[in-house]
Structures are given as structure tokens and as C-alpha cells.
Design a binder for this molecule. Structure first.
Ligand SMILES: *Cc1c(COP(=O)(O)O)cnc(C)c1O
Length: 429
């Protein structure tokens, strides 16, 4: 694999950006520390500045459920760009996207668009604190909810990949208000709510954990969260920034039949442009300004380009059969990968919900942050680089999810399964 041009760009990037990147995991620190620079992408393929072509299972960390540069999405963006890129005023496009979200997501009657998942979550926490008049937030170890101050305590995603347990710069009085529990541990949740449930403003959870690798909720876990928060008068926040429109049109809440009080979204609803959103019942959302006094605003919120792209994606997703197709492709890939590890005797555990999946190099059953941490990250590093050599691009960390798109072909999936045999052998030697 040629790396000349990427290797030339990296020192230049490092001169002017922290670590040469605008988001930490991109720096490839967990897999050798030489990132690829991307030149273009189309469909399921991503192409770097050296002309290397990869089948992409990162999908810009989840948004690209129809792959790169989907013609209908590109067309919608171009059409809108010609009409103006931002007005800082209301548009019909925003109403259309909001209506689609409200129709699809069971718990949402009213939704506010923002510019990122982080912003959606920060706003949701403020809303919960504003409604309850309480300060404490409960979250789960290894879940990631963006980089808002209250949530960077024992968080997943880049903090796990880079081994950062506590982020400096967080006001300690704020960090103290964040209580961390092990994911999937119903007893721990019940104990905490018994002790101090009446001080909790909100419990926030990724209903399917996706930022320590994929961990599905155990049966009864989400139900227990709903029950305990309700009893305590605390709000239940589902962070569906990944799962929203990924695991079903109505997100994880539809899949599992649990109704949260506030839902955060991002990634897919922007069709690859910067977007976030949070919503809930009218009663809850009426606390947001200008109706209520919980303030939250944004210069570029509801940006017409992002709304145009989001509208197309949600239309494409509501066509019949899309989620079955995603399920079939993802199952085929994961079964193939699993067969390879079995035949080669490599210890590995697989997790998957629909088109989000993980492969952990461990023997431990995958239940929570403790169990994923038993993975052999050195093996992963060799495996990752082996796959890259074979033209397969997965997230450069053991603790990130893989994403299938609706346009990965059967041939590409077979190619990936074949490549994994070579990568596993190379990693094992
Ligand atoms: C990606 C992500 C976020 C943060 O979204 P950004 O757009 O990166 O700010 C929040 N929560 C979850 C579950 C995510 O996966």
C-alpha cells in the first residue's frame, strides 16, 4: 500500500492542528499513528490521497447509511446550495424534516434541530435540569454522549481509544454531579435510585451502546431504566445519535418498545452534513425557549443544506425493505467474520444489532465496559493494519462500532470476509 502522500500531509497537518486532526480518533493513535488522508469517496468506497481504495465500514462514524455521495443526496445539496446556504431564518425544509422525525420516532412530538450530537445532548441535559430543578445526571461507563462537560466522566469513544480516564478542564463541581454505573447492571441502577433517585435530573443512556464497540442492552435493562426514572421523577434520555434511524426508522426505542422522555439524535438525520436534534413530548419541549425559559439557540441550526440532505435520507429510509436489506448484509458479513475466527482459533466475540456491529478479540462475554476492556488491543492493531493492506477500512480502534450501508454489495462483503482471513493470519503470526 502506497503511503507517500498521506505521510507528506501528516507533518504539515500537525504543524497547524492538534495532533494533525480535528477529532482525536482520526489520528490513528490506537493503530500505529499514521492517519490516511482522504481524497474522495463514492458508494461504499473511500479513496485516499495515494489512490488506495478501501471498502469503508466507518461510514463517517455512522451517518452514511446510504454510502458516500449518494446521487439523490448530492443532488438535493446542490439544488439547495444554489438557493442559498444559510438564511438564519425559518424554512419549509426544517418543517419537513421535523415532521418526518416526529412521524417516525415514538417519543417525539416536538423536535429542535442543532448542529451536532454533542450540542443535542448538552441541550437535553440542560432541559432535564431545567424541568426538574435537580443537578445530578446518571450515565454508564463507556457510553459516549459527545464532549459536553457533564459527560466526559468515564466516557467511551476516543477517550477509551486514547486511554483517558478523566478529562482535565472539567469543573469539579460539575463532574461530581455525574454518576457513572456499569452498563447492563440493573441492580446498580436500582441501588443508586433507591439512595439518591430524588436528586437525579436525568439518566442518559445509549440504548444500544456504540462507543465502546457495540453492546446490546440485556433483556430488562432498558425497562428497569424506564421504571426507576419514572418512580424518581427523573427524565430518561435516550442518546440515539447512532441508533436513531440506524436500527429502525423509529430508532432503538421503537425496536425495544421503551419510550424515553427526551431523545437525542444526530449522524444519520443530517445525511452526512453537520446536524443534531433533540425532542420529546410537547410538554417537555415547551420548556425550551422561545416557549419556555430554558435557553438554547444556534446561528446555523436547521441549516438548509443539512435539512435538504436529511430529508432525502429519511425518505430513502422509509422505502420498504431497507432495514431488512441492512440486516441481511450485516448478518452475512458478521457470520463470515465469525466463521473465520472460529476456523483459525482466534478468540473473538461478536455483537450486532442490525447494521451496527463489533468484533472484540476476547473470550469474555460482552456485557459492559469492563468486559470490552479485556480485548487484545495489540492483536486488533495488527488486524486493523492487515485489513487496510487488503483494502478494507474499519474504525481505527477496538472500541468503535462498524457500520454497514445499504449499498455495500454482496461481492464487497465476500471480499471483506476473504480479506479478514489474511488479516487474522497476519495478526496471529
Ligand atoms: C457521535 C455521538 C455523539 C456526539 O455527536 P457529535 O456530532 O460527534 O458531536 C453523541 N452521542 C453518541 C451516542 C454518539 O455516537
Amino acid at each position: 500500500m502506497k503511503k507517500e502522500n498521506s505521510s507528506k500531509l501528516f507533518p504539515r497537518a500537525k504543524e497547524v492542528m492538534p495532533g494533525g486532526v480535528n477529532s482525536p480518533v482520526r489520528a490513528f493513535n490506537a493503530v500505529g499513528g499514521e492517519p490516511l488522508f482522504i481524497k474522495s469517496a463514492r458508494g461504499s468506497k473511500i479513496i485516499d490521497v495515494d489512490g488506495n481504495e478501501f471498502i469503508d465500514y466507518v461510514a463517517s462514524w455512522g451517518p452514511l447509511i446510504f454510502g458516500h455521495a449518494h446521487p439523490s443526496i448530492v443532488e438535493a445539496i446542490i439544488r439547495q446550495a444554489e438557493l442559498g446556504t444559510s438564511y438564519g431564518a425559518s424554512t419549509e425544509l426544517e418543517i419537513e424534516l421535523a415532521e418526518k422525525v416526529v412521524n417516525a420516532v415514538p417519543s417525539i412530538d416536538v423536535v429542535r434541530m442543532v448542529n451536532s450530537g454533542t450540542e443535542a445532548v448538552m441541550s437535553a441535559l440542560r432541559l432535564a435540569r431545567g424541568i426538574t430543578g435537580r443537578d445530578k445526571i446518571v450515565k454508564f461507563e463507556g457510553c459516549y454522549h459527545g464532549h459536553g462537560d457533564s459527560l466526559l466522566v468515564k466516557a467511551g469513544s476516543g477517550l477509551v481509544s486514547l486511554g483517558i480516564p478523566e478529562c482535565p478542564g472539567i469543573v469539579s463541581s460539575l463532574a461530581e454531579k455525574t454518576l457513572n454505573l456499569p452498563f447492563n447492571d440493573i441492580e446498580a441502577v436500582r441501588d443508586l435510585f433507591q439512595r439518591e433517585g430524588n436528586e437525579v435530573a436525568a439518566l442518559i443512556v445509549e440504548p444500544i451502546a456504540g462507543n465502546m464497540g457495540v453492546i446490546p442492552p440485556k433483556p430488562g435493562f432498558l425497562e428497569a431504566l424506564r421504571e426507576e426514572t419514572k418512580k424518581a421523577g427523573a427524565l430518561l434520555i435516550f442518546d440515539e445519535v447512532i441508533t436513531g434511524f440506524r436500527v429502525s426508522l423509529g430508532g432503538a426505542q421503537k425496536l425495544f418498545g421503551i419510550t424515553p422522555d427526551i431523545t437525542c439524535m444526530g449522524k444519520i438525520i443530517g445525511g452526512g452534513l453537520p446536524v443534531g436534534a433533540y425532542g420529546g413530548s410537547k410538554e417537555v419541549m415547551d420548556h425550551i425557549s422561545p416557549v419556555g425559559s430554558v435557553y438554547q439557540a444556534g446561528t446555523l441550526s436547521g441549516n438548509p443544506l443539512a435539512m435538504a440532505a436529511g430529508n432525502v435520507v429519511l425518505d430513502l429510509l422509509s422505502e420498504p425493505g431497507v432495514y431488512d436489506l441492512l440486516e441481511d448484509k450485516s448478518r452475512k458479513l458478521c457470520e463470515g467474520l465469525e466463521k473465520n475466527t472460529r476456523e483459525l482459533g482466534v478468540p473473538a466475540k461478536f455483537t450486532r444489532v442490525g447494521s451496527m456491529f463489533s468484533m472484540f478479540f476476547t473470550d469474555e462475554p460482552i456485557e459492559n465496559f469492563q468486559s470490552v476492556k479485556t480485548s487484545d488491543t495489540e492483536f486488533f492493531k495488527r488486524y486493523f493494519n492487515g485489513l487496510l493492506e487488503e483494502g478494507i477500512y474499519i474504525a481505527p480502534s477496538q472500541f468503535e462500532a462498524g457500520f454497514m450501508s445499504a449499498i455495500h454489495s454482496d461481492k464487497e462483503i465476500d471480499q471483506t470476509i476473504d480479506a479478514s482471513i489474511k488479516a487474522l493470519k497476519a495478526a496471529d503470526s
